[in-house]
Design a protein around this ligand. Structure first.
Ligand code: KIV
Ligand code: ZN
Length: 511
């Protein structure tokens, strides 16, 4: 009999702590629906006390998700825990995840609390949380640098107070697999009533060992892993969900547990998260990178053709590659369009939004003969952005770029319902377009990143552009998609400016 490995996805919370990855409520709802389809056990939907926007997103996710548990993070303070409790109220299954730091360096310098005060607060936080739900998780932040005896004391106290899951985080990505596995093993041996709770691990990737450390924890008794799609997260990120799930599934010979994840949904989920957050997936990334199943050398190709398993330990189709069905074409009608969106878990909340998206679909179908699910995702992302209300919207763009001439852009933008135009020269067509936009917006924002990815294959594929801007300490990512990458770039720049304008202020849980 195999144990169950509980998959706790924190893409919408820890993942969202990546610079510029802040998501709107609509974007979070789309990812939450897809995570449910993927079959994750717990969706950490956010940190309710961070902002009214975060609270609202968690509350809405709790209202629509039926299969997965919906969780909110809360620092060990009464206000945080009560906000989390209110946010998860509509959930069929809700969890509060409360935490406090337990390492000497954090207790002395950040919390300015004594160890006794930390234990008392941790217990109190669990008790507040129990007023809202029986499903309470406790985390000892920076457990990696905490003293073993103190961890045992804190965990014993919170289990007595009613915590059902005990999470052991390597907050700073400092451990190595042998040590992390040993730490989990010792905790399970030493903490009284350890068999009454689920042991969990949460590893960061600062030394590139988040997945290896998480798996070492699993081999030593952890039965919940906290992870994110594409390994998104603070600094170097969290353990990547797809790698954990596929490692456990592929090496059934050494793991005595398995998850209930529908692995064929892994690639579609990875693409959705990448397109919404603007964090591209590196081509050689395990499982979800574009080259993860590509055999370049002749010897490998020959081997795979003769017998697939000579060089492949997993099947591309099992993780959702090639799942992108040819969806719709030029002649498809509104009903087929609506039905496919529904199957993709996309719900536009008004007939007007559906009509506008359908009009854009027809425009796209004129330019591109085959339309795939990824094209629809990108198209609808644009539509949701428009629905959310924009300051700036692209009306017209004309760019001249020819050998021996300075590229020149002329642009018209709807600026809060007023059409404004500008022109500029640039080093290239994209540079000229951005300069023309800046003549109108005068944002003074600094461009931190510009990247282009093709959504599907072929030269008629849509280009998906990410633009990362920084201003006044805030960092935002803007996205735009179009078969013309200069237009996609201008849309991405305007989308980033719109996000800068939205003045979304949020608290950070660990500050
Ligand atoms: O990295 C960390 O310690 C966390 C906790 C809040 C679990 O994200
Ligand atoms: Zn974390």
């Amino acid at each position: 009999m195999q144990d169950k490995l509980i998959i706790f996805d924190t893409t919408l919370r820890d993942g969202e702590q990546s610079p510029g990855a802040a998501m709107t409520k609509e974007e979070k709802l789309r990812i939450a629906r897809q995570l449910e389809k993927l079959g994750v056990d717990i969706i950490e939907a956010g940190f309710a006390a961070a902002s009214p926007g975060d609270f609202d997103a968690i509350h809405s996710i709790a209202g629509i998700i039926k299969e997965s548990i919906v969780c909110s993070l809360a620092r060990a303070s009464e206000n945080d825990v009560r906000r989390a409790g209110e946010a998860i109220k509509p959930a069929r299954k809700g969890r509060i995840h409360t935490f406090i730091a337990t390492s000497p360096i954090h207790m002395e310098n950040k919390l300015r609390m004594t160890p006794d005060q930390v234990v008392e607060r941790a217990v109190q936080a669990v008790k507040w949380a129990k007023e809202y739900t029986d499903d309470v998780e406790f985390s000892a932040e920076d457990a990696v640098r905490s003293e073993m005896d103190f961890l045992v004391r804190v965990f014993d106290a919170v289990i007595q107070a009613g915590a059902k899951t005990i999470n052991v985080p390597d907050t700073v990505g400092y451990s190595i697999p042998a040590l992390w596995g040993e730490r989990i093993k010792q905790l399970i041996e030493r903490v009284p009533n350890s068999d009454k709770v689920i042991w969990s691990t949460h590893c960061h990737n600062d030394l590139g060992m988040a997945v290896a450390n998480s798996l070492a924890a699993v081999m030593n008794g952890a039965r919940q892993v906290e992870c994110t799609i594409n390994g998104l997260g603070e600094r170097a990120g969290n353990a990547s969900l797809e790698e954990i799930v596929m490692a456990v599934k592929t090496r059934k010979d050494i793991f005595t547990c398995d998850s209930r994840v529908d692995t064929t949904q892994i690639v579609p989920t990875s693409k959705l998260v990448s397109s919404i957050t603007g964090y591209p997936v590196q081509p050689n990334k395990a499982i979800v990178g574009a080259n993860a199943f590509a055999h370049e050398s002749g010897i490998h190709q020959d081997g795979v053709l003769k017998h697939r398993e000579t060089y492949e330990i997993m099947r591309a189709e099992d993780v959702g590659w090639n799942a992108n069905k040819l969806t719709l074409g030029k002649l498809s009608g509104r009903n087929a369009f609506r039905t496919r969106l529904k199957e993709l878990g996309i719900e536009l909340d008004s007939e007007d939004a559906l009509n506008a998206a359908f009009a854009r679909f027809k425009e796209l179908a004129d330019k591109k003969s085959e339309i795939f699910d990824e094209d629809l995702q990108a198209l609808v992302s644009d539509e949701i952005v428009s629905e959310a209300g924009e300051n700036y919207k692209l009306v017209y763009l004309n760019v001249c770029s020819q050998t021996g001439e300075t590229p020149h852009a002329r642009i018209t933008v709807l600026d809060n319902s007023v059409e404004r135009s500008a022109e500029a020269d640039g080093g290239g067509p994209v540079d000229a377009s951005f300069k023309a936009v800046e003549r109108i917006a005068e944002s003074g924002a600094e461009l931190l990143l510009y990247s282009v990815n093709n959504i599907t294959t072929g030269t008629d594929a849509q280009g998906e552009v990410t633009v990362r801007l920084s201003k006044g300490g805030r960092i935002v990512n803007g996205q735009g998609a179009d078969t013309d990458i200069v237009i996609a770039s201008a849309k991405a720049y305007l989308n980033a400016l719109n996000k800068l304008h939205s003045k979304l202020e949020r608290a950070h849980p660990q500050v």
